[in-house]
Design a protein around this ligand. Structure first.
Ligand code: GYE
Length: 348
């Protein structure tokens, strides 16, 4: 007796056979296109064999300056310029940066660029990059390592010099006002604890303030380079001291917050105000406030570091030597030199 199949079982068999055929086809086409290779292994080699692969670890997005810095790097290391960039934002955490750098090493990038959130604690991961033979370009903030061969070069700003410039400006300002010998009460809003920008600016300013016994530093607190923290710290200072003459705020974002707090307390700022404001960075909005006499002086810190990085990579690509350190040119802005023309050119 012939075994006859039920119609539904028959259909099931046909469907299975069809599915198998489709899977086989996908496998065939997929392997031709290289879709099934292990993604952890050299993901860039296939698509971007002709590009220079750069892993960039940015420390966060705390300030206007930082956004401009990120944009500068992204513009310089673009596809059109021959780069394949892998970008990672560490959100202010050193452990995130270490993880990102390790993943760049695992992906065997050609270069690593990173802006270290703090100065110390990089030896191990830099050693790993060195052993993998990957050149490391440190951007913006510095690192504190005994063996300078752990990285290839540094591109950034001289934060000690920036701090010193703030001190020198105050010295001259007080002289002009005939207050060189008066007691001057100062508060300092410091950036991220342990960052080279904070340490450098504090050290540079102290080099000048240390020479003046009449400069009385009432307090110094960390404001993390953010508007929010800057305002909070300034509110604390205003509650504690009612005779503040000068605010040194280590970046523009904290300055914006501090000015808000001062105004809310009923006091005034700037050239004709109760409190002298010294800021750092010189982003567009802050320069407008300098032009209006709200901020007395802004010590420039230049975030346009991307071009320098791509130039350094070009040198390294052609086997040339690079310097150990590149400082970017910077200015000091007061109401005297913030012109319409300068504001028009300012892109950040
Ligand atoms: O001044 C500040 C930023 O590291 C120089 O970091 C940089 C500083 C900059 O958040 O705005």
């Amino acid at each position: 007796m012939a075994i006859s199949m039920k119609p539904s079982a028959y259909i099931n068999k046909i469907v299975m056979a069809l599915m198998l055929a489709v899977l086989l086809l996908i496998a065939l086409v997929g392997s031709r296109l290289g879709l099934f290779t292990d993604l952890d292994e050299e993901p860039h080699i296939r698509e971007d064999a002709d590009k220079i692969v750069v892993g960039v670890s940015q420390l966060g997005s705390e300030s206007g300056w930082r956004s401009a810095n990120t944009e500068s790097v992204q513009n310089a290391l673009s596809k059109q310029n021959g780069y394949f960039m892998i970008f990672s934002n560490a959100r202010q955490k050193q452990e995130n940066q270490i993880k990102a750098i390790r993943s760049f090493i695992a992906q065997r990038v050609d270069y690593i660029v990173f802006a270290p959130v703090v100065k110390s604690g990089w030896e191990t991961v830099l050693q790993e990059a060195k052993e993998a033979g990957i050149p490391v370009i440190i951007m913006d903030r510095g690192v504190d390592v005994a063996d300078k061969n752990l990285y290839t070069t540094f591109v950034g700003t001289d934060s000690v010099e920036e701090g010193r410039r703030a001190g020198v400006w105050l010295e001259e300002h007080l002289k002009k006002q005939g207050k060189a010998d008066e007691r001057i009460n100062i508060v300092i809003l410091k950036g991220t604890e342990g960052s080279s920008a904070q340490i450098g600016r504090t050290t540079g300013f102290a080099m000048v303030s240390g020479k003046h016994n009449n400069w009385n530093i009432l307090g110094q607190k960390y404001g993390d380079f953010t508007i929010y923290k800057g305002k909070e710290v300034m509110q604390d200072f205003l509650e504690m001291y009612d005779d503040i003459d000068v605010v040194i705020s280590q970046n523009d974002d904290m300055t914006f917050g501090a000015i808000e707090a001062i105004r809310e307390s009923g006091r005034t700022v700037g050239i004709d105000g109760d409190i002298t404001i010294i800021s750092f960075d010189a982003v567009y909005e802050a320069l407008e406030m300098v032009a209006e006499g709200i901020i007395n002086v802004d010590i420039e810190c230049n975030p346009n570091q991307g071009e320098y990085i791509s130039e350094i990579i070009s040198l390294l690509e052609s086997g040339q030597e690079v310097e150990k350190r590149y400082y970017i040119e910077e200015d000091v802005f007061t109401i005297e030199n913030v012109t319409e023309e300068l504001l028009e050119k300012r892109t950040y």
